[in-house]
Design a binder for this molecule. Structure first.
Ligand SMILES: *Cc1c(COP(=O)(O)O)cnc(C)c1O
Length: 495
């Protein structure tokens, strides 16, 4: 199977090439030419497999340059009991007869990014060998909070890789920042950037397309790669958990064979919900994809009007991992829904970078409306939902997950759609202790990492071990910069 750029489908690459490059040189996103199909029988045979076995099956369909035994080794390492605190890896919790919650935060950094970033380093290392690449991969990451830590943890001390993470100085939670600046490992670097996530992301994209910087680093034995969700090696492991959730629902008798479900996904860069879209392309019976946003509701407007317009106020919200106005992975959806019209996608992306806006027109808008629903939820509602969920169901959820529950509620009230829905839970509530404590009515929050113990004490819900372990860790990284000087930081860190 080959991979093509969303901006030029003539140039084909193998999976190993796509994974080690991260981004196509023309700025497009590398995407499979075709999507393999899972039959109903395949879904039934997956039903009785472990998460790791399901991962091998699904990923194997896309990675024909990798052997099953290679993939099986990666899956065991990525999703083993030393990394995930539950054997289910991505357990599905029953909320009510019509609603399930797919918990994606049982990994080492307590956010859904682990699902992909525990796997990507294995895929990347193997890809370097397959490509006979002699240089060291320098992974550049822009993070809205969770990716950075998950990437650092996934790549720490992985051979022939270096990793540099840029995070918005005032755009991440205190615990997220502490997780990053205390990161251990000999090949890691962390730097704060003035501005918001889009500034950091735009800065990183600029580094990627800076020929002089590439050349200097090539002289030092490095090439750039990406661990952001633009890398196919990030999106692919995310398809697995949608397949897995469907199999769990079947296995547990929550749905009938062939029954379609909706998926409601708290969305930022559009990677997670895109994986759900691809799972449906493969044949998983998914009816509506419900895209949930916070006050940064650029995607809600896009899905309702066909106009993507980033010219709007940026809000720092209680769900910071969704504080994004440029959703990179939307480009892959546009490529798919336009029938792989690379010229059209190139045009939209040029308009986005020149004017901050593009209009996909009526035909595409109709296609979007058939498959997607969208809504958003502000901070006040987010807090209410966390509080209500705790009081009524003793289920402690984080602000991102709360956004999804609220948007699902709005959707059901508007449409009356009674389809069984999987709400995707993207972070542990312990990553956002201050918001969660105030939402459940604790008015005097503790300070710093004592918040973690406080939330555990007040609720009786045990804190995840990796977060408890933050207490007493030393800060290793204090560097900061602005967008204009990010290249200098790269050169400094890779000397
Ligand atoms: C990254 C993240 C999101 C957004 O996911 P995308 O794939 O960027 O749409 C939502 N919630 C949490 C907790 C995240 O870390």
């Amino acid at each position: 199977m080959y991979y093509v750029s969303t901006r030029n489908k003539e140039q084909r690459r193998t999976a190993a090439e796509a994974i080690s490059q991260g981004l196509a040189p023309d700025g497009g996103l590398l995407t499979p030419e075709v999507f393999p199909k899972l039959s109903q029988n395949a879904l039934e045979s997956l039903r009785d497999m472990s998460y790791q076995q399901r991962a091998v099956y699904v990923m194997g369909a896309y990675l024909d340059d990798f052997t099953a035994s290679e993939l099986s080794g990666f899956a065991d390492k990525a999703y083993g009991p030393d990394k995930f605190d539950t054997r289910a890896v991505a357990p599905v919790r029953a909320v009510d007869p019509q609603t399930s919650c797919l918990e994606l935060w049982h990994g080492p950094t307590c956010a859904f990014k682990d699902m992909a970033l525990q796997m990507l380093p294995h895929l990347l290392s193997a890809s370097l060998v397959k490509n006979q690449e002699k240089k060291t991969a320098c992974i550049l990451v822009a993070t809205s909070g969770d990716t950075g830590k998950a990437a650092l943890e996934g790549f720490r001390d992985v051979d022939r890789t270096r990793i540099l993470v840029f995070y918005p100085k005032h755009g991440v939670s205190a615990i997220q920042e502490l997780q990053m600046v205390t990161q251990e490992g000999g090949n890691v670097g962390v730097c704060a950037v003035e501005g918001n996530f889009d500034d950091a992301q735009t800065g990183v994209k600029r580094l990627f397309s800076d020929p002089a910087l590439r050349e200097t680093l090539a002289g030092r034995g490095y090439f750039f790669s990406s661990a952001n969700s633009i890398n196919w090696g990030r999106v692919l492991p995310q398809i697995v958990y949608y397949v897995s959730a469907y199999c769990d629902l079947l296995r547990d008798g929550r749905i009938e064979k062939g029954e379609a479900v909706n998926a409601c996904v708290p969305t930022g860069n559009f990677g997670n919900i895109l994986a759900a879209y691809y799972a449906r392309e493969m044949g998983v019976p998914i009816a509506k994809l419900i895209c949930a946003s916070n006050a940064n509701n650029v995607l809600t407007d896009f899905l309702h009007t066909g106009v993507y317009d980033r010219n709007r106020t940026f809000y720092n919200t209680l769900s910071p991992s969704m504080d994004i106005l440029i959703s990179s992975n939307l480009e892959r959806l546009l490529f798919a829904l336009s029938g792989k019209d690379d010229a059209a996608v190139r045009g939209y992306m040029e308009q986005l970078s020149a004017a901050g806006r593009y209009d996909v027109g009526e035909a595409m808008k109709a296609r979007l409306a058939r498959q997607f629903a969208a809504g958003f939820c502000g901070d006040a509602r987010t807090q209410d939902v966390i509080g209500a969920m705790w009081r009524e169901k003793q289920y402690l959820i984080d602000p991102h997950t709360a956004v999804a529950f609220d948007v699902l509620d709005q959707y059901r009230r508007e449409t009356g759609d009674g389809t069984h829905t999987v709400v995707v839970s993207t972070a542990s509530p312990f990553k956002f202790c201050d918001s969660v404590l105030s939402a459940i009515g604790v008015s005097r929050p503790a300070q710093g990492t004592a918040l973690i113990d406080q939330l555990a004490e007040v609720t009786g819900v045990p804190a995840p071990a990796p977060l408890s372990a933050l207490k007493g860790k030393g800060v290793r990284f204090r560097a900061d910069t602005d967008q204009a000087h990010m290249a200098d930081k790269v050169l400094e860190l890779l000397n």
